[in-house]
Design a protein around this ligand. Structure first.
Ligand SMILES: [Zn+2]
Length: 396
């Protein structure tokens, strides 16, 4: 928007205060849209922005204007009675100029760069009492779930807790969305999920997540005795490596690095899915398979399924050549049994970067494959279910 146009809007707005009430009908609304849209304003007949404050925790326009030295009598009032087009914009050019100016303030408030992004944010800021929904309900053990929060803005810094782990929120078309994980070994039944927020109207909501069992099946494999009955040296090595991997899996970077649908880590089919229990050399291991095994050929290229940072890369007794990637906010993915590691710790990865490593058969394996795992704040979740979830998010 050129500067002169903005000044013209500013001057106009100060003379329009008394025109914002009921307004006589005006001529047909031109189809051409103004550069500035009034879509950030409440639609005619809806509660005013200020009315919505008790549940939103966002400064009112009036407060923002006051802070900018604009007289308080220029407060926004509902635009009931003014004809509007399909997008809720007033058809009166003078009112639309006013609305355009207010949009500029609104955009500055929410930190947006364009009217289009203000439109996309509208669902998360819709007035209404705060409410939350758990999807799906019930939730399978070993699956990620979503909590959808309405009536609370991101600027109120909502934060959830599930199973003692944090839940972070981001904007989607349905409202704010947080993703949490029901660990593969979590107890069945109800688990509390609580959300609290700050801002002008702090509050909290609680709900129960019902976790149900899922039969992931059992597999039988045979491995060399030396990989089951560990020597003292191997036990000590595995214990040292567990300290490193536990630390990597406990990483909770405040910033969310990933966005959009996760990609498959390799072009191959899954031959041993997540959650299966393993009968190893005839003995049932009570620990279920914490990832998905892709039946890829040795040397196949492994790709980064999403943006992230390599937080651990090295050769480990069980996992062989391994890469751990932090995607932010407690989400960590891992790639085991590689023949080669082609990234370094601290390296930033972009979604689709390939190859980050090559498929191999290092560590405790029966043959070449890629073990791919996804942990969310320590919860072991099914990577395939998680990938599907990320493909359905309508992010803002
Ligand atoms: Zn595996």
């Amino acid at each position: 928007m050129p500067a002169p146009a903005f000044h013209r809007l500013s001057r106009k707005s100060r003379t329009l205060d008394t025109t914002l009430g009921p307004h006589p009908a005006v001529g047909p609304c031109p189809a051409a849209a103004m550069a500035l849209s009034a879509s950030a304003l409440p639609a005619a007949g809806n509660p005013s922005y200020a009315d919505a404050r008790p549940t939103m925790g966002i400064p009112s326009f009036a407060e923002a204007r006051s802070a900018r030295g604009i007289p308080s009598d220029a407060a926004v009032r509902p635009t009931g009675g003014i004809p509007s087009d399909a997008r809720g914009r007033s058809c009166d050019p003078s009112v639309r100029l006013m609305a355009g100016f207010l949009s500029l303030i609104a955009l500055a408030l929410v930190g947006c760069a364009s009217p289009a992004s203000a439109q996309r944010r509208a669902p998360a800021e819709a007035p209404g009492p705060p409410e939350m929904t758990i999807v799906p309900d019930p939730l399978d053990r070993g699956s990620p779930g979503r909590v959808i929060l309405k009536g609370v803005g991101l600027d109120a810094a909502p934060r959830g807790v599930f199973d003692g782990k944090p839940v972070f929120f981001f904007e989607t078309a349905e409202g704010l969305t947080g993703i949490f994980g029901a660990d593969i070994m979590i107890g069945l039944g109800d688990h509390p999920l609580e959300v609290s927020w700050k801002g002008d109207s702090p509050g909290r909501l609680g709900s129960a997540v019902t976790v149900r069992d899922r039969d992931y099946g059992t597999r039988s494999i045979t491995v060399p005795r030396g990989q089951v009955e560990l020597s003292r040296a191997d036990q000590e090595r595995a214990a040292r490596e567990k300290v490193l991997t536990d630390r990597a899996l406990a990483t909770v970077t405040p910033e969310r690095l990933w966005r959009g649908a996760f990609l498959e880590p390799v072009d191959a089919a899954i031959n041993s899915s997540f959650g299966r229990k393993t009968r190893m050399n005839g003995v049932l291991n009570p620990r279920p398979h914490a990832g998905a095994d892709y039946l890829a050929k040795e040397g196949a290229q492994v790709r980064a399924p999403a943006d992230g940072v390599v937080i651990l890369a090295g050769n480990h007794f069980f996992a062989g050549n391994s890469i751990y990637v932090d995607h932010g906010q407690g989400l960590v993915s891992m790639y085991f049994h590689l023949s080669e590691i082609l990234v370094e710790e601290g390296q930033h990865l972009k979604k689709g970067d390939i190859p980050i490593g090559l498929v191999g058969k290092t560590g405790r394996v029966t043959g070449a494959h890629l073990h791919y795992g996804v942990y969310l704040n320590g919860a072991r979740i099914d990577p395939s279910v998680f990938r599907k979830l990320t493909s359905t998010l309508r992010e803002q």
